[in-house]
Write a protein that binds this ligand. Sequence first.
Ligand SMILES: [Zn+2]
Length: 465
Amino acid sequence: MSHVDMKDIVEFSKVRGFVYQGSEIYGGLANSWDYGPYGSMLKENIKNAWIKEFVQKRPNMVLLDSAIMMNPNVWVASGHVGGFADPLMECKDCHTRHRADKLVEEALEKNSKFPVPVNWAGDKTPTEDFDSYISLGHIVCPNCGKKNWTGIQRFNLMLSTHQWVTEDSTSLVYLRPETAQGMFVNFANIARTSRKKIPFGVAQVGKSFRNEITPKNFIFRTREFEQMEMEFFCKPWTDEQFFEEWYNISYNYFTTTLWLQEQNVRFVEIPKEGLPHYSRRAWDFEYQYPFGWGEIQTLANRTDYDLKAHMSLSRADLSYFDPFTNEKYIPYVIEPAMGLSRLTLATLCDAYTLVETEEGSRIVMKFKPNIAPVKVAILPLVKKLSSQAMEIFNLLSEDFVCEYDEAGAIGKRYYRMDEIGVPFSICVDSENYDQWQLTVRDRDTGLQEVIKIIDLKEYLKKKGC
Ligand SMILES: [Zn+2]
């Protein structure tokens, strides 16, 4: 069980400037969300921590930023044009639309005695002929309770737009449904220009788009979302060894870098029959959200499927010549693919803590200092110390994201900083300031330490800010 309610997280995010309803003054746009001042910093920090762990610290990793709109043939080769579709049904009575695979999944969750469809493998591979299964009468409309379904139709999940080609004609282009293909189609460019030798990897962070039929759960499943993906190219038959390595790196990223509590993270191997045809092995990393376990990363062994598919359609040579062994081969690929928006939601849920006080409970967001949106608060004890406090702000804001606040009682200001997850608050009072020192309060213990002003930066760095 998660320790937090979804409605509390949504409310907190809105009130404290983490995530707003998109286009709110126009009544919103279904399923769109805007990251506010603190939410955007949090997401940026999660992303930068990922780039640091997955790219910066490794000599054989590089970064890429490829275009959202790509040649439509990219999506033909990747299989998205032909097969990237969800099974959709409409209730003939109330005209709500539902994903057939999700309805079956929910029915199975609610009732363990419910007959399991043949070849059922969860939402990964809706291969079952749901039509016959649903029409047997097991499944009712979650909205109106009737059993009056249309047949199942498959809708392609790619969002598209039109690009002006000449004055009077346009051509269809897709908004990428994943960032991965940008790394495959640039494989030869990167191998040539980065002078990396296999094994090496390419990482990318960016927006992707999927026309989800049933987006839900706040920022967990949205039509516009951000991904952090990495393709690690290796020699065929060395792939399993690198699979293990990236499994461990991913695990450390979740529990050590982001501080997600171990009991809220689990790893599930996808059974062989549930794997896509190009995949040899895959693990889902899941987080325990308020609505249940949800995927935050898939670690997949994609073999040479994508490079081969692009070679055959584009006729470009995407093979690799190994200068050490004089062999030519098409590399295998290990792919850790994460959802940045989902991970932002996971860190919000994980950090959300209620602390009991005499006046009732209050919220403390226990972000790890490295991902906290604001690292340090500068709080003059009284307003007339504002110029001294601004000096400290100017000193520290060179290296840390700081927040300045002079309004209200100091205790209330500490609590406000706890609520947005600021790990350290510095009180500027004249007695200490005159001795070139200040008190630093720790968010999680409430304890205060007196630190020399000249040592403040070093102190905060040591604490992981
Ligand atoms: Zn209905």
